[in-house]
Design a protein around this ligand. Structure first.
Ligand SMILES: [Zn+2]
Ligand SMILES: [Zn+2]
Length: 213
């Protein structure tokens, strides 16, 4: 199969690589779409020593299951594989599991045609949800988590002024999550004028330049 392999600082190439073999409790997913995370760019620029080339990056992926019980289903992928059976996994803190592996970190990621992944990392998605939108599930989950933490720490005050630092994908999604939760006073600090213009067009937040205000 073809895969986009990160081969060194600011270098990548399409290569023919072996189709991954699904292990126990894993399935093979025919990938349809994969978003580019800021951390993928970070790695590609040579700023992440945890991601050692040659490596297939990418972890915001969706596709169609090719093997196992969910065969034929359209799925969004949780890229963090965990043991599922330690004290952290059993208490909802899977991100602290000692044997966790994020795809595209040490194991191959999703800038490829196929991916082997634990079946419990899959969420079946509706037939009418476009893959390009479904691929936002992983970054959206990060934003939902951030908003939940903010509400836990600061309380559930819908009239509070919300300030999001940075209007990239995660910041924008966090603003949209706050809006979905009923918050009305949302502001985003963003130094990039083009991004501010785009954010203002969405119409639910005020975007301002933190270098000027
Ligand atoms: Zn990411
Ligand atoms: Zn675990």
């Amino acid at each position: 199969m073809k895969a986009l392999v990160y081969t060194g600082t600011q270098k990548s190439e399409i290569r023919d690589v072996d189709v991954p073999v699904a292990g126990d409790d894993q399935v093979l997913v025919d990938l349809a779409f994969c978003g580019i995370c800021g951390s993928d760019m970070h790695a590609w620029h040579g700023h992440d020593e945890r991601r050692v080339p040659p490596l297939v990056l990418g972890h915001e992926a969706v596709g169609i299951v090719q093997t196992g019980v969910l065969v034929g289903k359209r799925v969004a992928i949780n890229p963090l594989m965990t043991c599922g059976d330690c004290e952290f996994c059993n208490s909802g803190d899977e991100h602290l599991c000692a044997s966790r592996e994020l795809i595209g970190m040490r194991v191959p990621g999703a800038f490829a045609e196929k991916l082997a992944i634990d079946v419990r990392n899959l969420t079946v998605i509706d037939d009418d949800l476009p893959f390009a939108e479904a691929a936002l599930a992983e970054p959206l989950a990060c934003s939902v988590h951030a908003v939940r933490l903010a509400r836990q720490l600061a309380g559930d005050h819908r009239d509070a002024a919300i300030v999001v630092l940075g209007g990239g994908a995660i910041g924008l999604l966090a603003a949209l999550v706050f809006e979905a939760y009923g918050y009305g006073n949302i502001q985003i600090a963003e130094t990039n004028a083009l991004r501010r213009e785009m954010l203002e067009k969405i119409g639910i937040m005020r975007a301002y330049d933190p270098l000027c205000e």
